[in-house]
Design a protein around this ligand. Structure first.
Ligand code: GAL
Length: 998
């Protein structure tokens, strides 16, 4: 509960649902359920109140989110898209981060790791529909919520129709909309829906005009697909005009969409909670904008984001494993299923793959890893929850009648401990029954019956629900040339191959199951494997199969007036061994990426995690089968399959080098009184755009005003020694777990870490230090201050929160004891080399801040460090300030293997070190993360292939910042293998400069 409160507060939002009361049995067909029947068409995409349609065909849009900017290795985007597809998704949602593309007004870059055109082409090639979300504001736990750095200097209010803001916005939209427009489904691409803005909860006239502007701009830029906004919770903000529902604010959108992360969370101790039942945000809800059929009856239920995990905070106990469980298996069945039953036929889970907030991407609320507990982990492994999604997505794909279903009326349930959502397709009358606990977050073990009038007659179905879980049951449906009367098993796949059907059913391990199929006469049933009893009811034509879900049973059914059927019945986890692409079913490997038929050749590609059997159900024409390009010998298997005569090879182990050859250099020369800062900018009284209050009459010290938006910034202030120079007082902004170091004439006089406080991360601080006697001696003295800016705030509440000041806000040297006058100080500032004119446009905006070593290119692989001191292992003491470590090593990951390697610091068993220090991690020049030893929780930093050279030479550079106290120094650093499979995709090195001069 505490965790839940903390998280709700941390968001500063009400997005976590409170407890939503469910009707005792959610079977009520609302008498006032009036769904819009008018079809609104946008080229190939159209919709009515019930569903989206593509080319006039109703579709469930089953999507999850990825952020290409969180995976700076474009070849691996395809890996994620293929894994999403293999996990049962038909769509992917993509945020775009304006600030990632634009270092300076008028300067935009869509090349390399920012190549959106390539990303959209890949999604289209992989057969995924795309939902584009181009902001301009996106939130997404990004610094400034995705706004570019220079927007912090804009005095006009963001997210309004202020002309200066709109002029900037239009620059971005002109660029991004043009790329998106090319990839729309009507132009041969796969973009089907487009979002403007994100969670704009302020609904003033100015905001309305802003939204109108965004809509008109998208249309003017050639966006023709339906446009929606993502409401922060199901509040009914910005619903399409004329929807005629209460408590809503009209917007210019074509469709209404919302986001939500309900249903408990993880405690601070890392335990999942099941705080509330799945809300009825649709057909089974009650009243107004929050309940009811839809906040927008003329457009289908649409969750633009629904909890697919959650983010984690500086200083947490490491919540991603918990988040993966809390919004993982069973949760997905219960919550996503309840959405589906409620008519939310467009769902996108946030995140499907979270990735890495590398460099200075993160907002203050998050650290480097954005794993999110998503179905695909940060090291790119499909989690168990992804296997469950594969089963759910398989059902959605097999039962085309699922799209546009509506409530079908009550059923009889033999217990009130369980509820059944009973829907049907108005066109085919096919049924979907979602069976959950009552309330749905319950966890009892119930055996019960459900009696219902189904399309093929009245049936009593014996069922079991054991624990927090839901069953997705289908009845009265035509699947794979068969008639499924009903089944207590769930359908994973059902399709036609050549002229026969294949159906894969599954159920909980050791649970009994029953399936009824209908025939015109008694079919021939051959139980090839397993224990399946069958009877035929000649009067009804029902073939009844009874079995227990255990391992895999195989049944061949022939005759009976239907095409032959191969029926496979698995326990749930045996079902995970199956993968389907098109009309090819494969069992055995760790992953099937693709199955492509050309002539007699069937080319399978995928991964193995160990030596694996391969069993294939393929069209007869497939005589030559290859696995990752290698011919596979097959022999006949059972029930129509073919089996490889030898196992597919697994990956080979490989050794990683030890990192015991370091070169070391001191990295804070700015602290020396005689450091040459003649090229630095002088602090002056330029216009102040920050929302942070500061003392009257002071100069503008904020780093952003000087074009330094990311990472570290240095200030040097000169004053003449006087007996009054007794103390220094500072106010600073440093983001989440940021810090400040203050030096006088080369000596550290104080360091302050911002506490990783919740409910909101503490992002600004004040510090006051007594000055040593040296400050009172005659002559010139120099104060050097380094501020680490760990991210600008997001602008979640549209209150310009992203304009909170960063760097120094004010600084004064003054006497103690109530005599308030300040000693005159001349300040200079230096941040990232070039400021907004970034010197490394390839690695781009997030890569660099303003450390001396970064300004000199010490982080880059081509830097010559031969003059640096050699060390086998990091020293146990450091000087105050920043010390750089560099090392080079070779890697030799076997060809044809896909591994995820990581850098790991200190003892992986504890979330926080006793030693207090921070590390900026550069791999081949790319800033891949920040380790804060005493804050945690992240110690292991996966580095994607393409950044890391898996077959060649690599350079790691670490910028280690410490206060110099004994022991506050770099702990052992090692390479670790997080994941290793045979297969994968070919990944090229991301080309980037090796030195500052390249
Ligand atoms: C949503 C928001 C996303 C992201 C998410 C939490 O409300 O739209 O951008 O911040 O919350 O991860």
């Amino acid at each position: 509960m505490i965790g839940q409160q903390l998280r709700a507060l941390a968001l500063g939002a009400t997005m976590l649902a409170g407890s939503v009361a469910l009707p005792a049995q959610a079977q009520i067909v609302r008498p006032d359920l009036q769904l819009g029947t008018e079809v609104q068409s946008f080229g190939r995409v159209s919709f009515d109140g019930r569903s989206l349609m593509i080319d006039g065909k109703r579709e469930v849009i089953w999507s999850s989110e990825m952020h290409a900017f969180r995976l700076p290795s474009p070849d691996l985007w395809r890996d994620i898209l293929q894994k999403m597809k293999a996990s049962g998704f038909n769509s992917v949602a993509l945020y775009f981060d304006w600030g990632f593309h634009s270092p300076k007004p008028g300067v935009y870059d869509f090349t390399g790791v920012r190549d959106i055109d390539r990303l959209l082409t890949m999604a289209e090639e992989e057969g995924l529909y795309v939902i584009t979300r181009a902001g301009p504001y996106v939130n997404a736990e990004l610094t400034r919520g995705g706004f570019p750095g220079y927007l912090v200097n804009q005095r006009s209010r963001a997210r309004t129709d202020d002309p200066a803001y709109l002029a900037s916005v239009d620059e971005w939209l002109t660029q991004i909309n043009a790329i998106i427009a090319r990839h729309q489904i009507d132009n041969g691409g796969s973009v089907i829906l487009h979002q403007i803005e994100n969670e704009l909860a302020l609904t003033t006239p100015s905001q309305r005009r802003y939204m109108d502007h965004l809509y008109a701009k998208a249309r003017a830029d050639g966006i023709t697909v339906p446009i929606f906004h993502n409401d922060q919770g199901r509040n009914g903000y910005w619903v399409p005009e004329g929807s005629g529902v209460e408590k809503v604010v009209d917007g210019p959108n074509d469709m209404y969409a919302f986001d939500a992360y309900p249903g408990g969370t993880c405690t601070v101790g890392g335990e999942p909670t099941r705080g509330s039942a799945a809300p009825d945000w649709g057909y089974y809800g009650t009243g107004g904008a929050r309940g009811g059929a839809s906040a927008s009856p003329n457009s289908p239920g649409f969750a633009a984001e629904f909890g697919g995990g959650w983010f984690d905070y500086w200083g947490s106990n490491g919540g991603y494993d918990c988040n993966a469980v809390q919004r993982g298996r069973r949760y997905q069945r219960v919550f996503y299923g309840t959405n589906l039953a409620n008519g939310i036929g467009i769902q996108s889970f946030y995140m499907g793959y979270g990735g890495t907030s590398w460099g200075w991407l993160p907002a203050p609320v998050v650290f480097t890893s954005y794993d999110y507990g998503a179905a695909i982990s940060e090291p790119r492994e499909i989690r168990d929850k992804g296997q469950e999604l594969k089963q759910l997505g398989g059902l959605i794909a097999a039962v085309t009648d699922m799209a546009g279903m509506v409530p079908a009326g009550p059923v009889e349930i033999s217990t009130d401990q369980v509820q059944v959502y009973h829907n049907h397709s108005p066109e085919s009358d096919a049924r979907f029954m979602l069976v959950t606990q009552n309330p749905s977050n319950g966890d009892g073990d119930h055996s019960f019956t459900v009696t219902a009038d189904l399309p093929d007659g009245r049936y009593t179905m014996p069922l079991r629900l054991n624990g927090f879980d839901a069953k997705w049951l289908v009845a009265g449906a035509d699947i794979a040339g068969q008639r499924l009367v009903w089944s207590s098993s769930e359908l994973q796949h059902g399709f036609t191959q050549d002229d026969a059907g294949i159906m894969l059913l599954y159920g909980r391990q050791a649970e009994d199951g029953r399936t009824l199929l209908r025939y015109t006469s008694a079919p021939t049933v051959t139980v090839v494997e397993g224990n399946v009893r069958h009877t035929f009811d000649a009067a009804k034509g029902d073939l009844q199969l009874d079995y227990t879900h255990r391992g895999l049973a195989r049944v061949r059914i022939e005759g009976g007036g239907r095409p032959p059927l191969t029926l496979l019945i698995a326990d749930e986890e045996t079902g995970w061994q199956f993968w389907k692409d098109g009309d090819v079913l494969v069992r055995g490997p760790h992953l099937l990426r693709s199955a492509e038929m050309s002539g007699s050749r069937l080319a399978l590609t995928g991964d193995t995690a160990t030596a694996s059997p391969l069993e294939v159900w393929a069209p007869r024409a497939a005589r030559n089968v290859t696995w990752n390009g290698q011919r596979v010998r097959l022999q006949p298997g059972t029930a129509g399959s073919r089996v490889a005569t030898t196992e597919l090879a697994g990956p080979r182990d490989f050794a990683l080098p030890e990192l015991n050859n370091w070169r070391v250099a001191a990295g804070s020369p700015e602290i020396a009184p005689d450091f040459d800062d003649s090229a630095w900018q002088a602090i002056d009284r330029r216009a102040y755009a920050s929302t942070t209050a500061r003392p009257d009459g002071e100069p503008n010290m904020s780093m952003d005003a000087y074009g330094f938006h990311e990472g570290d910034v240095w200030y040097r202030g000169r004053f003449t020694g006087t007996p009054d120079a007794e103390r220094i007082r500072l106010a600073y902004g440093a983001g989440g777990s940021g810090m400040v170091q203050v030096f006088l004439d080369g000596e550290l006089i104080g360091q302050q870490d911002l506490p990783w406080g919740l409910p909101r991360p503490i992002t600004t601080g004040t510090a006051e230090y007594d000055l040593p006697d040296a400050a009172r001696t005659p002559g010139e003295h120099v104060i050097s201050v380094m501020v680490r800016n760990n991210g600008h705030n997001w602008d979640l509440d549209a209150d310009d929160f992203h304009k909170e000041a960063r760097g120094l806000i004010s600084a004064s040297v003054e006497p103690r004891g109530g005599r308030s006058f300040a000693i005159p100080l001349e300040w200079k500032i230096q941040g990232r080399q070039g400021g907004e004119d970034i010197v490394d446009p390839v690695r781009g905006v997030p890569n660099n801040g303003g450390l001396f070593g970064e300004r000199q290119g010490w982080h880059l692989p081509g830097f010559n460090d031969r003059a640096w001191q050699q060390q086998a292992a990091p020293a146990s003491d450091l000087d105050p300030g920043t010390t750089w470590y560099r090392t080079k090593f070779d890697l030799a990951v076997p060809q044809g293997q896909d591994a995820t390697l990581a850098l790991q610091f200190g003892d992986p068993a504890v979330p926080r070190s006793a030693a207090q220090y921070r590390v900026l991690i550069f791999v081949n020049g790319w800033h891949m993360g920040q380790f804060i030893a005493h804050v945690g929780p992240q110690r292991t930093f996966p580095i994607p292939e393409g950044i890391l050279n898996h077959r060649g030479n690599n350079t790691v550079a670490l910028a280690v910042t410490s206060d110099g106290a004994p022991g506050n120094a770099l702990e052992p650093v090692r390479l670790v293998t997080m994941r290793n499979v045979r297969g994968g995709l070919k990944v090229g090195q991301v080309a980037a400069p090796a030195t500052l001069r390249d």
